[in-house]
Design a protein around this ligand. Structure first.
Ligand code: KDG
Ligand code: MG
Length: 409
């Protein structure tokens, strides 16, 4: 079998997505997700200008060889753009291999290790009544694990808090990337946040009881000692995890956090290779790996990363916000089902226009996802529908402190 075409499709149904479609001389096609939120066109160019010409004529079955070739022959290694482009190729090739085998992809990864994939959804509120309502609506939608994000008194806009219940009254949607010419400016105050958050979790536990798994995302905003203090303050509320408590490119910072708290820690959605986790995993400084298949070089690289983590009893918590396309989500679900050290899967749910462009076969029943039994990933792209939603520039927001200093968002 030979690759005869590779097309980069940029579409913006509810938000921007970059998809690679690889076609073989036997008529098989495979899809890969290369979406990098707010920097989409850089991956599209990397793929179209520098990768697609190298793929034509290659044997699509040689996935490991293609991965190593793309990683090493560029000379310039790692980075979100490179690793998202490699991921798009890798996932598309796995899709083709599984279709050629006539099996759902998870079968090629060793078969199912579980019946379903526990998923968590995003509840949020500007105050407690709104937050409680959002949690109830997520429970009604079938979620059995809930991430809790809240506004902070005195701050205008905080990451993860939907501005209002979405139309139809069913979902609290939160899409941080905004279709604006410039990134939106938000405000931040760590002391106000640290004072406010433990009380919110106390109220949520009092309302919803001790059993519901609760998660929280600190979104890289704290110093190590602030993160240590928060982890300790949240211990009575038994979190499933505290995510991205510090900007973890400084891996050693987690030693300090770990010394002070037993709240489980999840990190890594902005990482793109196993090297970003070397100290974190070897010294058991985290409990969950948060990387996305889409940003970490695809299934080939994620499998190796998660196998490394498994040696230290560290589990998966694969990134699954709306900026991971249905193709990237499907890749995550097949991996989730197959690996032994599965922890939890983030599942934010795409809007109707996205679901029209990407036809999916996965199911969500009683809190559990399943990728379905179609050969390959189980996702197909409707190119005509995609063409109705052309790319629109969009940026993630950024934070400033009260005195004007730029802060981690
Ligand atoms: O593109 C940025 C988002 O993916 C990120 O802000 C979402 O932190 C996030 C999460 O945990 O889903
Ligand atoms: Mg996060």
């Amino acid at each position: 079998m030979k690759i005869i075409a590779a097309d980069v499709i940029v579409t913006s149904p509810d938000r921007n997505f970059v998809t690679l479609r690889i076609t073989t001389d036997e008529g098989l096609t495979g899809l890969g997700d290369g979406t990098l939120n707010g920097r989409e066109l850089s991956v599209a160019s990397y793929l179209a200008d520098h990768v697609v010409p190298l793929l034509i004529g290659r044997d699509p079955h040689r996935i490991e060889d293609t991965w190593q070739f793309l990683y090493r022959s560029a000379y310039w290694r790692r980075g979100p753009v490179t690793m998202a482009a490699i991921a798009a190729v890798d996932v598309a090739l796995w899709d083709i291999k599984a279709k050629a085998a006539g099996m759902p992809l998870y079968q090629l990864l060793g078969g199912a290790s579980r019946n379903g994939i526990m998923a968590y959804g995003h509840a949020s509120g500007r105050d407690l009544p709104e937050l409680f309502d959002s949690i109830r609506r997520h429970l009604e939608m079938g979620y059995r694990s809930i991430r809790v994000q809240t506004s902070v008194p005195g701050l205008n806009a905080v990451y993860g808090v939907a501005s209002q219940p979405s139309t139809g009254g069913k979902r609290y949607d939160y899409e941080p990337a905004q279709r604006t010419a410039l990134p939106a400016e938000e405000d931040w105050d760590t002391r106000a946040y640290l004072r406010h958050l433990p009380g919110v979790f106390e109220a949520v536990r009092n309302e919803f009881g001790p059993e519901l798994p609760l998660l929280h995302d600190g979104h890289h905003r704290m110093t190590p000692i602030e993160a240590a203090r928060l982890g300790k303050a949240l211990e009575p509320y038994d979190l499933f995890w505290l995510e991205d408590c510090t900007p973890a490119e400084n891996q050693e910072a987690l030693r300090l956090v770990r010394r002070h708290t037993t709240t489980p820690l999840a990190i890594g959605e902005v990482f793109n290779t196993v090297w970003d986790y070397q100290t974190l995993i070897r010294e058991q400084l985290i409990d969950y790996v948060r990387s996305a298949v889409t940003h970490t070089g695809g299934i080939t690289a994620m499998r190796k990363l998660l196998d490394f983590a498994a040696q230290y009893q560290i589990k998966s918590g694969i990134h699954g916000p709306t900026d991971i396309s249905p193709v990237g989500m499907a890749a995550a679900l097949h991996l989730d089902l197959a690996i032994h050290n599965f922890g939890i899967q983030e599942y934010m749910q795409h809007g109707p226009a996205t679901n029209e462009v990407f036809r999916q076969s996965f199911t969500f029943t009683d809190g559990y996802l399943h990728p379905g039994e179609l050969p390959g990933l189980g996702v197909e792209l409707d190119e005509q529908a995609a063409a109705r939603f052309p790319y629109q520039p969009a940026y993630l927001p950024f934070n400033r402190l009260k005195d004007g200093t730029v802060h981690d968002w």
